[in-house]
Design a protein. Sequence first.
Length: 266
Amino acid sequence: MEACWRKSPNLSFFKTLTAQHNFRFSSSSPAANPQTGIENSVRTKRYDGLLLDAGGTLLQLAKPVEQTYAEIGKRYGLTSTTADIKQGFKRAFSAPWPEKLRYQGDGRPFWKLVVKEATGCAKDDYFEEVYQHYANGDAWHLPDGAYESLMYLRDAGVKLAVVSNFDTRLRKLMKDLHVLDMFDAVVISSEVEFEKPDAMIFKAALDQMRVSAENAVHVGDDQEADKVGANAIGIECWLWGKDVKTFKDIQDRIILSGSSASLKTT
């Protein structure tokens, strides 16, 4: 049921909800509605743009990677334990990559090495099944409340971008999860040929959004790639799971309301 909710959001519901609450996005003080005498809700926008990492932030795995590798591997005679696969995956994923980019085009060379190192299985059929599994939206999900918060921020006039070290499967995954069209920019390392923390990948997103670095915030889960990279170009960064733990946290830190909004504008 939850999967159906994530994949079939009711857009009219969110539009109706916004209209009913009479939200105003402004930096001014609350003003009474001349017809009702009731103060409108004031929402102060702290940032003009939100940049999001994809894997591990916007996109979460439906199952732990070691579980998926092991389940598919049973059909190919794989005997490695999930604990061994988990350790092997971490080791392979973090190892230095000899090329400029880990993800070139569809990323197959990189992922083939990772799967082999993590599982000890070099069978092409096994790798291809694993690769195709993660090209399907069913292998991923959005964090709770992500869709609602993204809609809210869009309605507030916040520009949205994805900035990700990923291969060419990302756009399909975002489309499968019904969020691709919500973003003003989708900047993927395999397409622009720069990987975070390189400043150029962040600059590409800012240029497409037409937002300056000081008026944008980036959210990602990697200290080096996300925080160090964003800060280097003048973008504030919140680490997912540390600075912010839900998309409602992100929403509330970008759009201030009530007394918080008044403090911001005094």
